[in-house]
Design a protein around this ligand. Structure first.
Ligand code: CP
Ligand code: NVA
Length: 311
């Protein structure tokens, strides 16, 4: 991803620690400018078009990319899977070649990770992963920004995950290796992170610890993170509820983490399921900062993909 050709943002594991830190710092700088009421420097993406392909619903990703692109001076096109010829069998490869003739970057949300990769292989412009069944890298850039705003540099700190070993968790694992923090993961064996994700962490020498005990995972953690029990594309909701109920983030679990631990959730949340209302709406929760930071993180990603802001 960092050689010749378009700069794709497909997975945190594909990018170096230096690149990811530069993207995060650029995001923080753009947020600071916005907070001071200053316009983004020279509208760096003026004249650029972002095609946004959504094969699945979205609130945060959709709005944050749209506003981020416009705020940087660019334009966006909303393309939903069912309205495109993709829905009638045009290949993703042909779609990639055609879109590349019109737009400067493509953002895609599609469950099939392989199709997202095929889009990137065939595109001559940058492709951004806006969530697949396998990973959600843009979310974790916003989460890292949020953690550092509340708790300072994440290097050497401890993040605990309690719940489904899903796409969001996979990107947290990639981040643990690239940003050098400890990640304790508590998940039921049936919903543990994929073996390939854990094998990658091991190969990278990342401090990623897997347990089935939520209390063991959160012990001393600076952040407690969870996600919904039933992700897009998951079936058997009831079975998942039964497996995941011991992993609910509630006041008792938060009390076992560090005293000043923050609670994080990518949203949408389900109060009374993966998190209690008390925690979700309580003083340790930073979930709406996280949502806001999608905007600022997206700007860093867009600027990097399109070689703006000195990135
Ligand atoms: N967190 C997140 O990606 O939310 P949306 O599904 O609303 O985009
Ligand atoms: N794990 C969730 C995240 C939603 C933003 C899903 O894939 O549905």
């Amino acid at each position: 991803a960092e050689g010749a050709g378009p700069r794709h943002f497909l997975d945190l594991k594909d990018l170096s620690a230096e690149t990811l830190r530069a993207v995060l710092d650029a995001s923080a700088a753009m947020k600071a400018r916005r907070r001071r009421g200053e316009p983004p420097a020279e509208r760096p993406l003026a004249g650029k078009y972002l095609g946004m392909v959504f094969d699945r619903p979205s609130t945060r990703t959709r709005v944050s990319f749209d506003v981020a692109m416009r705020d940087l001076g660019g334009e966006t096109l909303m393309l939903t899977g069912s309205e495109m010829q993709l829905g009638r069998g045009e290949t993703i490869g042909d779609t990639a070649q055609v879109l590349s003739r019109f737009v400067d970057a493509i953002m895609i949300r599609i469950l099939d990770h392989g199709l997202m990769l095929e889009l990137a292989e065939n595109a001559t412009v940058p492709v951004i992963n806006a969530l697949t069944k396998v990973s959600h890298p843009c979310q974790i850039m916003a989460d890292l920004l949020t953690f550092e705003e509340h708790r300072g540099p994440i290097k050497g700190r401890t993040v605990a995950w309690s719940g489904d070993g899903n796409n969001v968790l996979a990107s947290w694992v990639h981040a643990a290796a690239r940003f050098d923090f400890t990640l304790n993961v508590a998940a039921p064996p049936e919903l543990a992170p994929p073996a390939a994700v854990m094998a990658w962490a091991k190969q990278e020498g990342a401090r990623v610890n897997l347990t089935t005990d939520a209390f063991a995972a959160v012990d001393g953690a600076d952040a407690v993170v969870t996600d919904c029990w039933v992700s897009m594309g998951d079936e058997d909701g009831e079975h998942r509820h039964n497996l995941l109920s011991p992993y609910q983030v509630n006041a008792e679990l938060m009390a076992a983490a560090a005293k000043d631990a923050i609670f994080m959730h990518c949203l949408p949340a389900h109060r009374g399921e993966e998190v209690t209302a008390e925690v979700m709406d309580g003083p340790q929760s930073v979930v709406f900062d996280e949502a806001e930071n999608r905007l600022h993180a997206q700007k860093g990603v867009l600027a990097w993909c399109l070689r703006a802001n000195g990135l």
